[in-house]
Ligand binder design. Structure first.
Ligand SMILES: [Zn+2]
Length: 237
């Protein structure tokens, strides 16, 4: 089981760890600050020194309770090896801004317009979110992004914590999707991300500490992918 340093503190850029296992796909450490693809958030990339030798982290994936780092090469890495990891911070910080922005936008659409989000994907240079919201069109999309910007500009604090299943049950709407409900059935505790005064939802991603860090967003595209699938894409300017 890999300890998730990015849950402790999403702002950890460099860390020390030990190699636990080397498998054909990649390398597993006792702890990591590299975020694996999940919850719509793309993986981190970056660099490593393992016992003084340099490696590139090209991809990061979850495998059960482990986090696997896919490197440019595995040669020379053995269990017990001393790791210094360095996350590509430009990429990750951008993903954090998009992730928090998308939470604000989806919460606004749900609470004000009754539109349900069915999925989202965050990249370092853009993010999109799909809604089951038949009335959504480009014009309304632009308005929603402007309303999201107003909330961003209110400088809300963003925090995360672990809730027991019982505590989580007292917050209806914490888990918004069917796959999400299936996923938490087997978990002892549920991590939630709170944008104070705006949104509280179950989430495994990395977020900024304050919405003011996001800056200015704009609607970069609107796509009508069917009555129950309208896609809003945003870009941070
Ligand atoms: Zn999320």
């Amino acid at each position: 089981m890999t300890e998730k340093l990015y849950w402790k503190d999403a702002y950890i850029k460099e860390f020390e760890a030990s190699v636990v296992n080397v498998i054909p796909e990649g390398v597993i450490f006792d702890k990591t600050a590299f975020y694996p693809t999940g919850g719509g958030q793309a993986n981190d990339t970056g660099e490593l020194l393992v016992d003084g030798m340099p490696y590139k982290v090209n991809d990061v994936r979850k495998s059960g309770e482990d986090i696997v780092h896919i490197l440019d090469k595995n040669a020379g890495i053995k269990p017990g090896g001393k790791v210094i990891g360095k996350v590509d911070w430009r990429r990750r910080y951008s993903l954090m801004k998009y992730h928090t922005a998308i939470h604000i936008l989806s919460s606004l659409v749900l609470k004000k317009y009754g539109g349900k989000s069915t999925g989202n994907m965050l990249y370092p240079d853009k993010a999109h979110i799909d809604f089951d919201f038949p009335q959504l069109n480009r014009e309304l999309g632009i308005k929603i992004v402007e309303e999201t910007q107003s909330i961003i500009d209110e400088r809300h604090a963003v925090t995360s914590r672990l809730l027991t299943k019982e505590e989580a049950a007292s917050f209806p709407g914490l888990i918004r999707t069917q796959p999400g409900e299936e996923l938490i059935k087997g978990l002892a505790s549920i991590r939630v991300v709170e944008i104070e005064g705006v949104d509280l939802q179950a989430d495994g991603g990395t977020h900024v500490r304050n919405t003011s860090e996001i800056g200015a967003i704009k609607l970069s595209s609107f796509e009508n992918k069917g009555a129950h699938r309208k896609r809003i894409e945003i870009k941070i300017e």
